[in-house]
Design a protein around this ligand. Structure first.
Ligand code: ADP
Ligand code: MG
Length: 235
């Protein structure tokens, strides 16, 4: 479904991502692991068209994304839930969700259905739909960010560190919803530092270090790997 082939990304002369290869198949949950500054968000922004690769090719459903603009990439079916959530804090929950449907703005009935779907996944967002996004708790804001990404009806959803700053119980609930979204047919690419929670739901993963992929494998393989355990799981 998504292939990154020998992708390098630069900020000026600094290569933040160097010669990486990633394959995401339809239906999978794939996780990118790595500590701060490893290159996960840069990779995400390159897939969603906000950064452009200096080298290599990105294919989505067989089509090159290299020269496609960010809004067109959303239209093609890649939805991004960015690092730090990037909500509009003064706008209501429902207004934030509607912003996510911007690419479908002429299809009123579809937007209504998508809203219903998000409210079924996250009943708390329905209870708080008139409240300002900025007034929600951290966990609720993350759910809103995921809900907003769903409003574009993505085939592939990019989730950049959704568990950051959240209590363990909330993380668990959120990962359950991510699994449910996946079961309903959305392919998921997830970046996480919480390897433990992420590998439990992922099919496979890639480990980033200093902009390169140093290890890849199925979740079971990575979970059993001593280096991964030492660096990201703490056992
Ligand atoms: N806009 C930017 N300009 C310059 N350097 C950046 C920018 N964004 C990220 N970087 C650098 O690129 C590297 C990878 O960062 P990032 O992709 O954010 O990693 P991660 O998401 O894994 O924490 C880091 O060294 C970071 O400092
Ligand atoms: Mg990041």
């Amino acid at each position: 479904m998504l292939s990154l082939k020998n992708i390098s990304v630069k900020y000026g002369s600094f290569a933040a991502v160097h010669d990486i290869n990633i394959e995401v198949n339809e239906g999978e949950i794939v996780v990118l692991l790595g500590s701060n500054g490893a290159g996960k968000s840069t990779t995400f922004r390159t897939i969603s068209g906000l950064n452009k690769p200096a080298e290599g090719e990105i294919l989505f459903e067989g089509k090159s994304l290299n020269k496609v603009s960010a809004d067109k990439i959303v239209q093609l079916g890649i939805g991004q839930c960015p690092e730090g959530r990037k909500l509009f804090p003064a706008m209501s929950v429902q207004e934030n969700l509607r912003m996510g449907a911007f690419v479908h703005r002429r299809k009123k009935d579809e937007i209504k259905k998508s809203l219903q779907h998000v409210y079924e996944l996250f009943p708390i967002l329905h209870d708080k739909k008139e409240d300002a996004a900025g007034s929600l708790s951290g966990g609720q804001q993350q759910m809103l960010a995921i809900g907003r990404a769903l409003m574009s009806k993505p085939k592939l959803m990019l989730l950049d560190e959704p568990s950051v700053g959240l209590a363990p119980l909330i993380v668990e609930q959120m990962f359950e919803v991510i699994q449910q979204i996946n079961r309903e047919g959305t392919t998921i690419l997830l970046a996480e530092q919480n390897a433990n929670a992420a590998l439990k739901i992922a099919d496979k993963g890639y480990v980033f270090e200093n902009g390169s992929i140093v290890l890849q494998g199925t979740s079971l393989e990575l979970f059993a790997n001593d280096e991964v355990r030492k660096a990201y799981i703490g056992a």
